[in-house]
Design a protein around this ligand. Sequence first.
Ligand SMILES: NC(=O)c1ccc[n+]([C@@H]2O[C@H](COP(=O)([O-])OP(=O)(O)OC[C@H]3O[C@@H](n4cnc5c(N)ncnc54)[C@H](OP(=O)(O)O)[C@@H]3O)[C@@H](O)[C@H]2O)c1
Length: 301
Amino acid sequence: MPPNRIIVMTGATAGIGQAAARLLAEEPDTHLIIGARGTGRQVPEGSEVLPLDLASLDSVRSFADAVTQRLGERRIDTLVLNAGLNSPDPARRTEDGFGVTFAVNHLAHYLLARLLLPVIADGGRLIITASDTHDPKIIPVVGPTTLDPEALAHPSAKPGRMRAYAASKLCNVLTARSLAVLDDVTERGITVVAYNPGLTPDTGLAGDVPAAARTALRVAVLPVLRLVSRFRPAFYPGTVERAGQVLAELTLGTTSPPTPRVYVSLVRAQVTFPAPSELALDDNARDLLWRESATMTGLAA
Ligand SMILES: NC(=O)c1ccc[n+]([C@@H]2O[C@H](COP(=O)([O-])OP(=O)(O)OC[C@H]3O[C@@H](n4cnc5c(N)ncnc54)[C@H](OP(=O)(O)O)[C@@H]3O)[C@@H](O)[C@H]2O)c1
């Protein structure tokens, strides 16, 4: 008997996504298809790995083709776009010539969402992992107040890594909002969610930071963050397990934002449904990003 539930996921090989994938793989009658780069990545037993390097748009297209072929007549119940990086050198270009943070975090997932949307089941779900760093009211200086997709795609000077990261996460929220209003999505009852797991130390996101510095951070900075978070909740250092658990709940549909909201934010380990940033709610910015991303990926707008 083919499995009842099919989940396709990026970013399931480490951190928050890995914690979610472990829980999802324990669900009965569920088949997990994971897009992963390289070899030797740890995935839950029974899940299927198909090659995917989000730094290459050709790889994204091949992955979408491979998933579609594997599905045959079946459909995806939930597409989880969770992979992400915070590159120490966001000016570095991918093989397609795009700034790496924008390319991996936004453009590749934009393309994947559009290529796989037709094979998401009616009543299915599409989850994009974003971040509250996209909101300047929460993370001042870093959170973007303007959007210029062309400048993000082809940074002329070396952008600050956190600014490049936050801008790519704004793109995730805007893309979720664009997807949520497509006729194909509303008519087929597909739920779209942009998820902020909140500050979660101990993932691979700061993997380039030397181990000694990370230990020092854990000892010295985490207690301070806990204190600060009493006044600034976004600075609460959450656990990988809790962030992964909520990602799994969003994937299964046991947690969902109230219609028509798309943004779900984990704040001090609690699920909340706040508005995203002002810019993330701007329909002009939303439509501009959609159009320019279509041009960059060779799709119709
Ligand atoms: N940690 C936080 O504080 C935090 C806060 C807010 C939002 N987030 C978001 O949460 C998501 C998960 O991050 P995390 O903290 O769990 O980080 P992580 O431990 O570094 O996991 C990142 C995942 O993305 C995958 N990935 C990265 N680049 C890829 C590429 N080019 N092709 C294919 N897969 C790629 C990694 O695969 P490999 O195993 O191949 O490296 C890994 O599975 C990200 O979207 C991040 O922006 C994190």
